[in-house]
Design a protein around this ligand. Sequence first.
Ligand code: NAI
Ligand code: CS2
Length: 461
Amino acid sequence: MSDPLRLSPFTLGTFPPEEADVFTYDRDAQDIGIVHFGIGAFHRAHQAWYTDRAMECGDRNWAITGVSLRSGDVAHQMNPQEGLYTVTERAGEGSRTRIIGAVRDVLVAPHEPDAVIAALAAPATQIVSLTITEKGYCRAKDGGLDDRLATEDSVFHFLAKGLRRRHDAELPGLTLLSCDNLADNGRQLARLMGDYLAIHDAGLLGWFETACACPSTMVDRIVPATTQEDRRAVADELDGLHDAAAVFTEPFSQWVIEDRFAGPRPNWEAVGAELVDDVRPYEIAKLRMLNGAHSALAYLGLRRGHTFVHQAVADLALRPVIERLMRQEAASSFATAAGQDLNAYADALLSRFANPALNHRLLQIAMDGSQKLPQRWLETLAVHQKAGRSCPAILTAIGAWLVHVRGDNGPVDDPIAAALASAWADNGSDGIVAAVFGREGIIASDWEPSNDNINAVTAAL
Ligand code: NAI
Ligand code: CS2
């Protein structure tokens, strides 16, 4: 059987124009302004989608070079298509597809390290953005860099080499833009990069601190991992044209960015991004309410036999726990910005979770819990503990996470899965909470479980 016809600049005219929106700017006239590390589904449906539309509005020279730090899969999907791919928004019965032209090429860092460093050091490059997952930041328990994890395949190694080359060539610094779900992601990235330089290239530290900037961002768009069935659906829509790099998402999207760049930036606000002085109230609301509820739905939903978020959120046995977690425990744990309505936010989140057209797998969200729980649940618990208030919904969810990492729902996908398994083997149900949480626990946090907390989690186990 011959290979299916692939999406590319040469096949753009092969489907009827009403099937998809297509960029109209001249791709070949654009310089690469952004290097993006971790070119997974989320970047393609979020930052690259904003950048594509900014260029559609006339902004120039913000084309993107994607970098994969791990496998060559995305390069194999995108390079034969010269970087073109589709974003399909799904809601209810309807869907809308757009062909994105912003990504030019994808480099696979382990195979072509010099090309990655050259892209970072190119004079036209202004911004380096990141969606490398929470574990890609190589953090130690105290929030600083764990240098044993920051090996030559880490983002820090490449950034240090690229920044050194820029410095030596007397080029301007870069904006490093974390778009991962970490609290205060810009501040964390600045600290980790500084820690890395202090060990590996201390002479560059002063220049990094003055010439570069790491703004924080709040990023929000639900983007489930693409399946073969999804790829077939887009081929059906595009008259048989195959897109190996297709991504599927919801119509909703939000991007709040701290307006503190080292140099020029795209006109992202022209296409819906919000540039603000302080992202914290938005970011905390998102991490503790949306992501906090997501993780609770994942672990509790898997125990109840569900596969997708929309099934778990419709389960009447889970709904009160999720509502309480969002509206009472998370929403009362931080100071809001003027005009921020957290009840309306919770309503909107529940209806986004219920979107039946997005098959968002609970197992995808359940992955890497040890990296996610601190900003999603443990900070909320710590705030309420100081005020003497309890959080029964989060404690129930912690019980469900603990049995998940015991292996009750199948193989555990977490960078510290082995340490968690040993903690279970050594401590059993009676000791597991104290072994995992608290200042001395495997996952350090300011939440120090009280006896009442431990009893509540153990009851949930
Ligand atoms: P994905 O699985 O499609 O892509 C993940 C990317 O991270 C890949 O390029 C992978 O190679 C890289 N990566 C994985 N482990 C790494 C490591 N240890 N070091 C360096 N790179 C590593 O996932 P997706 O959907 O693109 O999400 C990535 C991140 O984006 C999430 O972890 C989250 O922080 C953020 N995000 C995702 C949203 C979503 O709905 N998918 C929405 C909001 C934020
Ligand atoms: C999810 C998030 O995978 C997860 O852990 O909670 O990626 C979530 O889909 C996004 O943050 C939504 O913006």
